[in-house]
Design a protein around this ligand. Structure first.
Ligand code: ADP
Ligand code: MG
Length: 143
């Protein structure tokens, strides 16, 4: 199933993340793609709030993986923008996250396309300059 959402502010993107976070279930993997500054981390922050995570969520760009264990389910937040090789994912033990009891969110998932589960939910965020600076089109694809 493919659903397309349009947002007109960071708050609306946050809210969509929040709604999906509320509905997320154990073992799900969410792939988050789109250009730099498009709103992946804003979405992730809403998603974390939807999982009842109280800790502040930031872009884990310099650490690849940030774990949040205080919510309804564990959240494994990856940002693989700067990854050199998928071997780095093996080193941090990604399989325990992808195939565990928590929920994974992977910013820049295309960088690690070869290891993504087929069942992953795909979230694409795009701008459209003709529709305004804060406009985003968010496509959510589930199996
Ligand atoms: P990414 O993680 O994709 O690199 P961020 O979430 O860190 O991007 O940043 C998105 C930026 O775009 C923020 O500064 C945010 O305020 C701004 N922004 C403007 N409009 C929107 C929108 N509709 N949805 C999400 N972010 C938006
Ligand atoms: Mg980010």
């Amino acid at each position: 199933m493919t659903e397309i959402w349009e947002t007109a502010s960071p708050r609306e993107t946050w809210q969509l993340g929040y709604e999906l976070g509320k509905r997320a279930s154990a073992g799900q993997v969410y792939c988050l793609d789109g250009d730099l500054g498009v709103g992946k981390t804003v979405f992730a922050q809403g998603f974390a709030a939807g999982l009842d995570i109280a800790e502040p969520v930031n872009s884990p760009t310099f650490t690849i993986l940030q774990q949040y264990m205080d919510g309804r389910l564990p959240l494994y937040h990856f940002d693989v923008y700067r990854i050199g090789d998928v071997e780095e994912m093996e080193e941090i033990g990604y399989e325990d996250c992808f195939y565990g009891e928590g929920v994974c969110l992977i910013e820049w998932s295309r960088q690690v396309a070869e290891i993504l589960p087929e069942t992953a939910v795909r979230v694409f965020i795009e701008k459209d300059v003709e529709k305004g600076f804060d406009y985003r089109r968010i496509t959510v694809e589930t199996e």
